[in-house]
Design a protein around this ligand. Structure first.
Ligand code: PMP
Length: 326
């Protein structure tokens, strides 16, 4: 059997080889996401995990009329839960629809899903989409659905990759301008170019891709924002004018400032990475992830990355102050 691809570099629990068995793609390793035990919150009620289905003629599937969130729970508490629920509602509004319930209800449902699945440290995935009442570009009368799943999940990148810093290459795909797409929404359609970029990077042996924006400026990774510690002692990060202003990004900016580290939000050109002392990514899934290389540039994870990693662990409740000090 020929190995076709490594489908996910997300971490040890997420590795699975796809192999061609003659009858179709066979997955080995972790259970597929549709075939697990537990409960998913679906349109107002918890349903058994395997029964959380939707019809193939759902508008969300055909026309990407769907918005979602990615949240992490630490010690049973979802970090920045209300900010995520508010962003979900704002993303839906950007796509022209309203969630079927209030932000408070979404908060409560996320907590309920966590408890129903006995998860203390894990990932929470709410998603809202247009249903199957209308099939065509226009879907004004389609029902809006909301589902929330949660599962145990470790590090987004393997521990080894995190120690050395992950390896990245620049994607040929660029983040579109705000005139070309609803760039501030966490909308599923925008992830088409992220998956293309990530697959290309993985096929070339990298962990992730750096995406430039339509102007050729540094934008972000395929699911995380980027920070660059420069020789001027300041932390630089691209202005989020055409990509997600991540909740983790904003948290880390706050943490850096309270440490007295100056943070500069500005346009960064890719060749400036030559001078970078340290580079790291931030995201709910990625948390604070050191970057070891981007194309021909090399970086060594250092003091700034270490301090902000620890501060983020304290902020999320992964660590207590005494552990960090020790
Ligand atoms: N950019 C993209 C494309 C993402 O998918 C994410 C993850 N949601 C981020 C940035 C970081 O956002 P956050 O810190 O809110 O998770």
């Amino acid at each position: 059997m020929l190995p076709l691809a490594i489908s996910n570099l997300a971490g040890p629990t997420e590795w699975r080889w796809k192999t061609w068995s003659g009858k179709g793609i066979r997955k080995m390793g972790t259970a597929p996401y549709h075939d697990r035990d537990g409960f998913i919150w679906y349109d107002g009620a918890l349903v058994p995990w395997r029964e959380a289905k939707l019809h193939v003629l759902s508008h969300g599937l055909h026309y990407a009329s769907a918005v979602f969130e990615g949240e992490r729970a630490y010690a049973g508490r979802i970090f920045k839960l209300t900010e995520h629920s508010q962003r979900l509602a704002a993303s839906a509004e950007t796509l022209g629809f309203a969630l079927p319930c209030s932000v408070d209800d979404v908060d409560r449902a996320c907590d309920e899903v966590l408890r129903a699945n006995s998860i203390t440290d894990g990932y929470v995935r709410p998603i809202a989409w247009r249903g199957s009442e209308m099939m065509g570009v226009s879907a004004q009368a389609s029902r809006i659905h909301l589902a929330i799943a949660a599962w145990n999940w470790g590090s987004y990148f393997s521990e080894e990759a995190r120690q050395k810093g992950i390896r990245m290459c620049t994607s040929a795909w660029r983040r579109p301008s705000p005139q070309c797409a609803p760039v501030h929404a966490k909308a599923t359609g925008l992830y088409m170019i992220c998956t293309l970029s990530k697959h290309n990077a993985e096929a070339a042996g990298y962990h992730d891709a750096l995406m430039l924006d339509w102007r050729g400026q540094v934008a972000e990774a395929t699911g995380a924002n980027i920070f660059v510690a420069m020789p001027d002692g300041r932390l630089h990060t691209p202005t989020p004018d055409c990509f997600l202003d991540g909740i983790t990004r904003r948290t880390v900016i706050g943490l850096a400032r309270s440490r007295g580290i100056e943070v500069v939000e500005r346009a960064i050109m890719p060749d400036e990475l030559r001078d970078a002392r340290e580079v790291f990514l931030t995201g709910t899934a990625a948390e604070v992830t050191p970057v070891g290389e981007i194309d021909s540039y090399r970086f060594v994870p250092g003091e700034v990355t270490r301090l902000l990693t620890e501060d983020y662990q304290l902020a999320t409740g992964q660590r207590q102050a005494q552990t960090v000090a020790a």
